[in-house]
Write a new protein. Structure first.
Length: 205
């Protein structure tokens, strides 16, 4: 939804400006744990895992290399996976590589005509559309590092704990995973209620 929703919101605003019927009474939008920029969001996974001590410094420095084939061909791994000995001479390789997305090769068997919705967020911010973007700080699917980066690229001013004159609000849900409401439903509901009421989103435990 992180890529699709801003496009839909933009189309609603465009339709209202053209006088299309029925006119939609839209005031803003909300996105939680949004995949917004495929390159930036995917590339933030390794730094995020390293920042949480899930990757050692050594592995972090060499993260551009794929270790899956090396791992899967180790004898101890094959034994743990109960692979029959008759297959020992067969090397494991990644299959169906065309299903993976390499931004440099563009080798996916289907194409994405929009890989980033950051410019849509920029246009919506310029027209003063209210937005609440939030991320769980333990989300391993769409890391908050990538979200913070693309929000920073909008060059909006930063004002913490303010109640006036801002359009895009970013909130981090502490202890939230993917998605944050699944892990922290009460906190997310309180955040939503405060945002809808134009109140300060910050919630102390």
């Amino acid at each position: 939804m992180g890529i699709v929703l801003p496009m839909v919101v933009q189309e609603i605003y465009n339709g209202n400006e053209l006088g299309e019927r029925p006119r939609m009474n839209i005031k803003g939008y909300l996105l939680g744990n949004p995949l917004t920029d495929r390159s930036g969001d995917y590339n933030s996974r390794i730094p995020f895992a390293h920042s949480k001590a899930l990757l050692s410094d050594e592995i972090y420095k060499e993260e551009t290399y794929s270790y899956s084939a090396i791992w899967a061909n180790r004898r101890d791994v094959r034994k743990a996976l109960h692979i029959r000995e008759e297959f020992d001479d067969i090397e494991w390789v990644r299959c169906n590589d065309t299903m993976t997305f390499d931004f440099d090769k563009k080798d996916l068997c289907y194409t994405h005509n929009v890989v980033s919705s950051v410019n849509y967020h920029q246009r919506l911010a310029d027209r003063h559309s209210r937005a609440l973007i939030y991320s769980g700080d333990h989300d391993m699917m769409v890391r908050n590092l990538g979200t913070i980066k693309w929000i920073g690229s909008l060059n909006l001013y930063t004002m913490k704990y303010s109640k006036n004159n801002y359009n895009l609000t970013y909130a981090t849900v502490k202890g939230g995973g993917h998605t944050a409401p699944e892990y922290k439903p009460k906190e997310c509901l309180s955040m939503l209620v405060r945002w809808l009421a134009n109140d300060i989103v910050d919630i102390q435990p």
